[in-house]
Design a binder for this molecule. Structure first.
Ligand SMILES: Nc1ncnc2c1ncn2[C@@H]1O[C@H](COP(=O)(O)OP(=O)(O)OP(=O)(O)O)[C@@H](O)[C@H]1O
Length: 326
């Protein structure tokens, strides 16, 4: 049974998603791509149990989201799903540390100090913990949001354009962390993005158009993604070229489609070392998938370029795995 979402009725009806079957594979980093209005946010909101479908089912693990009443649904969102938003969404009056442990505090759960220390260390936040969000850079704020999303060890982390408000260096740090959380902690990440470079960090890239999944790639480089986008979204590509021409800019290879709007979310598995089975299914048939093996360089390439974050002796910032081969 496919997943559909309609907004409005009659002549005002909009079909945001049309009979989509989509399965997130546990322990993978999935990027959802598509032009503005293609249904990315709708799909993510349905998968994250933030909205309900017009038809079809959403399963998180074995749980049919539609079967849950308000209380258990709130618990599911709190305990099994992590979010990273484009606008960080930190509580301004709380310190970085208080923001990171907030989901646990709300749930009345004890902080796993070892896990907290590990995440903080990996994210290079050790000497920023007492700072309020206003005293942090955008990149640092988003790293706090990443730590907050991971503290609960949720089944899945959804990222809604998590790098949309960041410069390229801070964006690379966040994307490298998401990559590492998948490779090292076995976590599951789903990220909405319009940006080919960001999507090249993912294992799998899924393309939406007019409420349908129209293409899917695995381990695509930035160039492969840009070529695919130009092929499957020719109208948007022409618009991008026209805008570059008006602005007098040459394509620099880092471009996404310039007219695309950026928005998004992110998620993580229940155990950092033993990801659960496929965490989200939208076809409602209860099918569960495989656990792919993860290595940082499955293509056998050499080590990535690395830089260290400030105050961080552990975090590795990697370039996209395949992009560096080009
Ligand atoms: N609450 C709503 N009411 C009516 N129509 C909506 C609503 N939310 C989304 N839509 C419509 O559904 C379609 C898909 O929207 P959606 O936000 O999922 O696209 P998107 O790919 O995430 O776009 P963007 O990149 O601009 O955020 C669009 O045509 C949009 O106008």
């Amino acid at each position: 049974m496919g997943l559909s979402k309609h907004y409005g009725t009659g002549s005002a009806e909009v079909v945001a998603l049309d009979d989509v079957d989509f399965e997130v594979i546990s322990g993978e980093f999935t990027a959802i791509m598509g032009p503005s209005g293609s249904g990315k946010s709708t799909l993510m909101h349905l998968m994250a149990a933030l909205d309900s479908p017009t038809s079809g089912s959403v399963f998180i693990g074995d749980t049919d989201v539609a079967s849950l009443k308000d209380g258990p649904l709130t618990e599911l969102r709190r305990d099994r799903i992590g979010f990273i938003f484009q606008a960080f969404n930190l509580v301004p009056t709380l310190s970085a540390q208080e923001n990171i442990v907030l989901p646990l505090a709300i749930a009345g759960k004890k902080v796993d100090q070892e896990w907290f220390d590990r995440i903080v260390s990996v994210l290079g936040l050790g000497n920023r913990l007492t700072h309020k969000p206003s005293e942090l850079s955008g990149g640092q704020q988003q790293r706090v949001a990443c730590a907050r999303a991971l503290m609960n060890r949720p089944d899945i982390v959804f990222g809604d354009e998590p790098t949309g408000n960041l410069d390229s260096t801070a964006a690379a740090e966040v994307l490298s962390f998401l990559r590492r959380s998948v490779d090292e902690f076995g976590q599951t990440v789903v990220m909405v993005t319009h940006d080919a470079l960001s999507a090249s960090y993912a294992d799998r890239q899924v393309f939406l158009s007019d409420g349908h999944i129209i293409e899917e790639l695995r381990n695509a480089t930035q160039d492969e993604l840009l070529q695919t986008m130009a092929r499957i979204y020719p109208r948007h590509d022409r618009l991008a070229e026209a805008e570059q021409s008006v602005n007098g800019k040459e394509p620099d290879g880092s471009a996404s489609f310039v007219e695309w709007k950026t928005d998004s979310l992110v998620g993580v598995p229940s155990s950092p070392h033993s990801p659960s089975d496929d965490v989200v299914e939208t076809d409602g048939d209860g099918t569960r998938g495989s656990h792919p093996e993860h290595a940082i360089f499955r293509d056998g390439s050499g080590a990535p370029e690395e830089t260290e974050l400030e105050d961080n002796d552990e975090f590795e910032q990697t370039t996209p795995r395949r992009a560096i081969l080009n």
